[in-house]
Design a protein around this ligand. Structure first.
Ligand code: ASP
Ligand code: MG
Length: 406
C-alpha cells in the first residue's frame, strides 16, 4: 500500500525563533512516526523578508528585480536548513532544498514569477530513501537558472503547487491563527472560526484584505481542486478547510467580512466626457504596473465628469504623479487624494441566490451614520469605501447583522 503523503507549509511566524523551529520539527516528526511521507515547505524566519527589503532599499531605492530575488530567496534558505537540523536532532532523516534544486521552474518575471513546471523526481527519490523533504518556499528558477520569487506570501503557492504535482493526500497550511475567521478577531473578538469555506470565497477574501493566505495560491488550488487545511502551528485543533463546495452552503448568505485600510482614493475632477479618456488614464497606470481596484465614474453634466479610483497605498505617490500629468494632457481639472479611507467588504457564495443583501449592508451603515463614498460588487461580494475612522464600528455592526457573531 502507498504511504500517505502530506505537504505541510509553515509560515514565517511559525518559525520565528529557535523554540518555534524546534516545535515545528516535533510536529513534522509526529506525522513521520505515524508512517506518513512528508514534504515540508517553509517561509523565511519571522519578518526576515521585510528586513531584507528594507536593507535593499537602503542601498538602492530602486533595486534590480533580479538581484532582489537573489536576496529575498536567501530568507527561506536559512529556514529550511535550520528545520532540517532540528529534525536530525530528533533522530529523523531530513534533507533541505532550495526551489531551484527541487526543479520548480518559473518564467522570468522576477519578484512575481509564475510556476511553469515542477520536476518532482528529486523529491520522490528522497521520499523513497525515507527522508523528510524540506523545500524553501516562495522561490524557483528560470530555465537559465536565474533564481526567482513568487510574490509576497508565495510559500503558500509553493505548497499548493507541490501538493498538486505530487498528488498529495493532504495539504496543510500552518499559521499563527486557528484558521479562517468570519472577520479579523483583533477587531471583533466575537468572530468565529469558519469550518469550511469555498475557494471562491477565500479568493475573494484574500484579495479584499484577509491576510491568511496568498490569493494566487488559492487560484491554483481552485484550478486543480487541491483541498487546503489552514490551521495553527501552536495547537492541535482542526482549522478551516478550503474546498470546492461546502455542505451547509444553502443557509449561509454572508460568510465573512474583510477590511482593507491599505488603499487610497484618487479623484480626477472635470474630466472631459469623450471616448478614449478613461482608457488613456488607466492605460498609463497599468503600464507602470499599478493595480487599480475600485473605479467610479459619475454621470456627466455639461460634458464633464469626475472619475475616482482606489490604489494600494504603496503605489500612491507613483499613481498621483502619473495622474497629474495625464490630467494636464487631457485638460481635466484638479486631482484630489484621500488617504483617509477604508474598504469594507462582505463575502459569501450565498449572495448569488439571495436578494436584499446590499440593502441590508447599506442600512446597517446608515444606522451607524457612516457615509458610503464608493460601492463595488462582484457576484459573491459587496464592498463600500468609507472614512477610515468608522471602519471598526462598521465591521462589528455588519458582523452582527449578518448573523456571524459567536
Ligand atoms: N517570506 C516570503 C514573504 O514574507 C514568502 C512567504 O512568507 O510566504 O512574503
Ligand atoms: Mg513571510
Amino acid at each position: 500500500m502507498r504511504r500517505k503523503l502530506i505537504v505541510q507549509k509553515f509560515g514565517g511566524s511559525s518559525v520565528a525563533d529557535v523554540k518555534r523551529i524546534k516545535n515545528v520539527a516535533k510536529r513534522v516528526v509526529s506525522y513521520a512516526k505515524k508512517g506518513c511521507d512528508l514534504v515540508v515547505v517553509v517561509s523565511a524566519l519571522g519578518d526576515t523578508t521585510d528586513e531584507l527589503i528594507e536593507l535593499a532599499n537602503k542601498i538602492n531605492p530602486e533595486p534590480s528585480e533580479r538581484e532582489m530575488d537573489m536576496l529575498l530567496s536567501t530568507g527561506e534558505q536559512i529556514s529550511v536548513a535550520l528545520l532540517a537540523m532540528a529534525i536530525h536532532k530528533l533522530g529523523f532523516e531530513a534533507i533541505s532544498f532550495t526551489g531551484a534544486q527541487v526543479g520548480i521552474i518559473t518564467d522570468s518575471s522576477h519578484t512575481r514569477a509564475r510556476i511553469l513546471k515542477i520536476n518532482t523526481d528529486k523529491i520522490k527519490e528522497e521520499l523513497n530513501n525515507g527522508r523528510i523533504v524540506i523545500v524553501a518556499g516562495f522561490q524557483g528558477a528560470t530555465l537559465n537558472q536565474d533564481i526567482t520569487t513568487l510574490g509576497r506570501g508565495g510559500s503558500d503557492l509553493t505548497a499548493v503547487a507541490l501538493a498538486k504535482e505530487l498528488g498529495a493526500d493532504e495539504c496543510e497550511i500552518y499559521t499563527d491563527v486557528k484558521g479562517i475567521y468570519t472577520t479579523d478577531p483583533r477587531i471583533e473578538p466575537k468572530a468565529r472560526k469558519i469550518e469550511e469555506i469555498t475557494y471562491d470565497e477565500m479568493l475573494e477574501m484574500a484579495s479584499l484584505g484577509a491576510q491568511v493566505m496568498q490569493a494566487r495560491s488559492i487560484e491554483v488550488a481552485k484550478k486543480f481542486n487541491v483541498p487546503i487545511h489552514v490551521r495553527s502551528s501552536f495547537s492541535k485543533d482542526i482549522g478551516t478547510m478550503i474546498i470546492k463546495e461546502v455542505k451547509i452552503m444553502e443557509e449561509v448568505v454572508v460568510s465573512g467580512i474583510t477590511l482593507n485600510k491599505n488603499q487610497a482614493k484618487i479623484t480626477i475632477c472635470n474630466v472631459p466626457d469623450r471616448p478614449g479618456v478613461a482608457s488613456m488614464i488607466f492605460k498609463e497606470l497599468s503600464g507602470s504596473g499599478i493595480n487599480v481596484d475600485m473605479i467610479v465614474q459619475n454621470v456627466s453634466h455639461l460634458r464633464q465628469t469626475d472619475i475616482s479610483f482606489t490604489v494600494n497605498k504603496t503605489d500612491v505617490s507613483k499613481a498621483t504623479k502619473i495622474i497629474r500629468s495625464v490630467a494636464r494632457g487631457i485638460r481635466a481639472g484638479e486631482v484630489l487624494l484621500d488617504e483617509d479611507i477604508a474598504r469594507i467588504s462582505i463575502v459569501g457564495v450565498g449572495m448569488k441566490s439571495h436578494h436584499g443583501v446590499a440593502a441590508t449592508m447599506f442600512s446597517v451603515l446608515a444606522k451607524n451614520k457612516v457615509n458610503i463614498e464608493m460601492i463595488s460588487t462582484s457576484d459573491i461580494s459587496l464592498s463600500c469605501v468609507i472614512k477610515k475612522k468608522f471602519a471598526e464600528k462598521a465591521v462589528k455592526a455588519l458582523h452582527k447583522e449578518f448573523g456571524l457573531t459567536k
